[in-house]
Design a binder for this molecule. Structure first.
Ligand SMILES: *Cc1c(COP(=O)(O)O)cnc(C)c1O
Length: 382
């Protein structure tokens, strides 16, 4: 059994993938070839966003979005500590400071009520209201990065309202949620700008690294396309700002175009798989993931909570079922973030989730038979 079965997917579209790769080998435009435009157009339309800018990874997508807002030293960016390290890392790379905000216990996404508190605490320079990082006295609130964890969008109606009132930008970390929905809108269309990832294990993955930035904002779009190619102006030897080499390879775009043709159908299959898990694992001792009314998860991961996680993981391993723990250590307790001066107990919801959470195999091709087997093993342990 595979945790994510990329092989089953490849078998369905192998011919198209080879055809698309061969077309690139024929035209030879390995950098910014015609497949890049085609992919940006297709995914921008799917997400319902005016501009889509492909790039080298989900991390660079986040970084480029922050660079487009000219985030730098002295800036505070609010995000959650219960995420992949890249979300916080890009803030720090630019010399800005992450201000962590705890999550909702059921969706694992940023808790809007706590965001409001964190903003107020920073404004009134009062860390008794909400834990603040070292050096908070000199910080100015600039933006918010909500994370659509495991594929479910955060609560954007509330988060956008809070951010708007304080003139903060909202950068949606949609690395896990491409294909997800929130109140009739698609993930990647839910903030001022969004970043997604095409890492192979994500809902829409390529065969290497890749990512995309989405925005309706024309000015931001101009910045993003410039930052992506070394801060280019009229051409790449006219450099008007500091940028990066953030391009997506034409070959990866060609592979993604083949994969995208079956992606909407795969999203439906993921809903069926998640629905089956929900029924099979509705047992005492297990908390199955909660999806808010009006939301659709892209099911990047199927993550459960249990007090008996470690016994369950061991039992599943013995039964040959692969599992994973996302994430065993929240960012505020990571060595890399020691300099922020946060302490255990600062974000208790994240800390508790880190102790109880585990993820089961999840992909569109998971069979009912395998799911029944997994559920039987878990019930046997409990
Ligand atoms: C995967 C991921 C990223 C980074 O994407 P890469 O393509 O691996 O750089 C950022 N944020 C979250 C929440 C992720 O899951």
């Amino acid at each position: 059994m595979q945790f994510i079965d990329l092989n089953a997917q490849q078998q369905r579209i192998h011919g198209d993938i080879v055809k698309n790769i061969n077309r690139v080998l024929e035209h030879g435009q390995y950098i910014m070839g015609p497949e890049i435009d085609a992919l940006e157009k297709a995914l921008g339309e799917y997400a319902g966003v005016k501009h889509a800018v492909s790039c080298s990874s989900g991390t660079d997508a986040l970084l480029m979005a922050l660079m487009a807002y000219q985030v730098g030293p002295g800036d505070a960016v609010f995000t959650t500590p219960f995420t992949f390290v890249a979300t916080g890392e890009v803030i720090s790379l630019l010399g800005a400071t992450p201000v962590f905000v705890d999550i909702e216990p059921d969706t694992f996404n940023m808790d809007p009520a706590r965001l409001e508190k964190a903003i107020a605490a920073l404004e009134s320079k009062d860390p008794r209201m909400h834990p603040l990082p070292q050096g908070y006295e000199g910080l100015k609130a600039r933006g918010v990065i909500p994370v659509d964890l495991f594929g479910q969008p955060a609560d954007y109606d509330r988060i956008n309202a809070i951010a708007d009132a304080e003139a903060l930008f909202v950068l949606e970390d949609a690395a896990q949620s491409f294909g997800g929905e929130y109140k009739g809108r698609k993930a990647c269309a839910l903030g001022d700008v969004a970043a997604t990832s095409f890492f192979p294990a994500k809902p829409l993955g390529c065969y290497g690294d890749g990512g995309m930035v989405f925005t309706d904002d024309d000015r931001l779009y101009d910045y993003l396309t410039s930052v992506r190619i070394h801060g280019k102006g009229t051409d790449k030897y006219d450099n008007v700002r500091i940028g990066i080499n953030g391009r997506c390879d034409t070959l990866q775009a060609a592979i993604l175009l083949a994969k995208f043709s079956i992606f909407p159908g795969e999203m439906e299959l993921r809903q069926e798989v998640a629905g089956r898990y929900g029924k099979l694992l509705d047992v005492p001792g297990i908390t199955v993931p909660a999806v808010r009314e009006g939301s659709l998860s892209a099911w990047a991961q199927y993550s459960l909570l249990s007090d008996r996680r470690d016994a369950i993981l061991e039992g599943l391993k013995k039964a040959g079922v692969p599992t994973a723990v996302y994430y065993p250590k929240p960012l505020h307790l990571q060595g890399a973030y020691k300099y922020l001066g946060y302490r255990p107990g600062d974000f208790v919801v994240s800390e508790l989730a880190a102790k109880k959470i585990f993820s089961l195999p999840m992909h569109p091709y998971l069979t009912e038979e395998d799911q029944c087997h997994i559920a039987d093993v878990i019930k046997g342990i409990l």
